[in-house]
Design a protein around this ligand. Structure first.
Ligand code: RIB
Length: 307
C-alpha cells in the first residue's frame, strides 16, 4: 500500500472575530454589522484544517495563549483531525486574534491581526521540536509567525531534504534574505497577485515570471483562479476558478494551500494538484468563516466532476 506523506504546518492559530457588514467601511467611517461571529482561524491553523479535512496526516506546530480562546482553538484543530501534541500554551499572553470585516454583497474582507501567542513561535521553539517537525515530508509555512522562524524552518527543511511550501501571506512581513532562500530552499511559493507584486517588484509580465520560476511559483488570482508554469508539459497553466456562490472569501487562499499540500502528499501530478486545490478554494467561499466552507475530499471530487 502507498505510504501517505505527512504534513507539518508551522504557523499561526487565531480566533477570528468576524463582523458581517453591507460593505467594507472607508477610512474614518462607521458602518453597522448584521452579525458578529467567533470562529477559529489563523493562516497556519486554517491550512492545517484544510489539509486534514481532506484526509491528510497533519501536525500543527504553533502557540496559543492563556485565555478563554486557547482551549477552543486547540480543540477545534483536534476535532478536525489535526495532531495538536506540539502546540504550546504560552503563559500570560493572549491567543492570536483577527478582527475581520466581511462585506455581505461581495464576500470580500479586510483583516486586522493581533499576533498574541503567535509571536512565540520562535526559532528556539522550532529548534526544540525539530525531531517532531522532521517526521513530516511536507513543511507548510506562512507569514503570521516571526520572519526569522519562517527562515529557520526553510533552513531546517532544506537540510533534511523535505518539501517546503511557503505561502507568503500576509504580504507585509518578508523574512531577511527571502529571495535567496526561495531560489535555494523551497519547492513551492504561493503568493496571491498582491504578494507576488511585492516579492517581485521589477517583474516582467506574470507569464514570463512564472516561466522563469519553472513550477516553483504558483500565483493565486482570486476569482481568476491560479497560474503556474507546468514544467512537465513546458507550458503556462491557467486554471480558472470554479464559479461559486460567494458568501465569504476569508480562508480561500488557506484552503488552496492546505489542499495543494494534501494533493502533493497523495502523489498527485503538479497540474492535478493545482486543479484540486483550486476547486477546494472555490468551495470554501460558499460558507461563512475561514474554516466553515473547507470541503472534504468527496466534496472536491464531486465538484471536479461537475465542472
Ligand atoms: O487567511 C485568513 C486568516 O487570516 C483568518 O482566519 C485570520 O485569522 C487571518 O489570520
Amino acid at each position: 500500500m502507498k505510504q501517505r506523506k505527512k504534513i507539518a504546518v508551522i504557523g499561526s492559530i487565531n480566533m477570528d472575530l468576524t463582523a458581517r457588514t453591507e460593505r467594507l467601511p472607508a477610512g474614518g467611517e462607521t458602518v453597522p454589522a448584521t452579525e458578529l461571529l467567533y470562529a477559529p482561524g489563523g493562516k497556519g491553523a486554517n491550512q492545517a484544517v484544510a489539509a486534514a479535512r481532506l484526509g491528510g496526516d497533519v501536525t500543527m506546530f504553533g502557540c496559543v495563549g492563556e485565555d478563554a480562546f486557547a482551549e477552543k482553538l486547540v480543540e477545534n484543530l483536534r476535532q478536525n483531525g489535526v495532531d495538536t501534541t506540539h502546540i504550546r500554551s504560552v503563559p500570560g499572553v493572549s491567543s492570536g486574534i483577527a478582527m475581520i470585516t466581511v462585506a455581505e454583497a461581495s464576500g470580500e474582507n479586510s483583516i486586522v491581526v493581533v499576533p498574541g501567542a503567535n509571536r512565540f513561535v520562535t526559532p528556539a521553539y522550532v529548534d526544540d521540536l525539530q525531531d517532531a517537525i522532521l517526521q513530516a515530508d511536507i513543511l507548510l509555512l506562512q507569514n503570521e509567525i516571526p520572519p526569522e522562524t519562517v527562515a529557520a524552518v526553510m533552513d531546517l527543511g532544506h537540510r533534511a531534504g523535505k518539501t517546503v511550501l511557503y505561502n507568503p501571506a500576509p504580504a507585509a512581513e518578508m523574512p531577511e534574505g527571502i529571495m535567496e532562500k526561495i531560489q535555494e530552499k523551497i519547492h513551492y511559493l504561493t503568493p496571491n497577485e498582491h504578494e507576488a507584486a511585492l516579492l517581485f517588484p521589477h517583474i516582467p509580465a506574470l507569464p514570463s515570471l512564472l516561466e522563469l520560476y519553472g513550477g516553483k511559483l504558483i500565483v493565486t488570482l482570486g476569482e481568476q483562479g491560479a497560474m503556474a508554469w507546468d514544467s512537465d508539459r513546458g507550458k503556462l497553466l491557467h486554471i480558472p476558478a470554479r464559479p461559486a456562490h460567494v458568501v465569504d472569501t476569508t480562508g480561500a487562499g488557506d484552503t488552496f494551500n492546505g489542499a495543494f499540500a494534501y494533493a502533493l502528499a497523495e502523489g498527485y501530478a503538479f497540474a492535478d494538484a493545482l486543479r484540486f486545490a483550486n476547486i477546494a478554494a472555490g468551495l470554501s467561499t460558499e460558507r461563512p468563516g475561514a474554516q466553515g466552507g473547507m470541503p472534504t475530499k468527496n466534496e472536491v471530487l464531486a465538484a471536479m466532476h461537475a465542472v
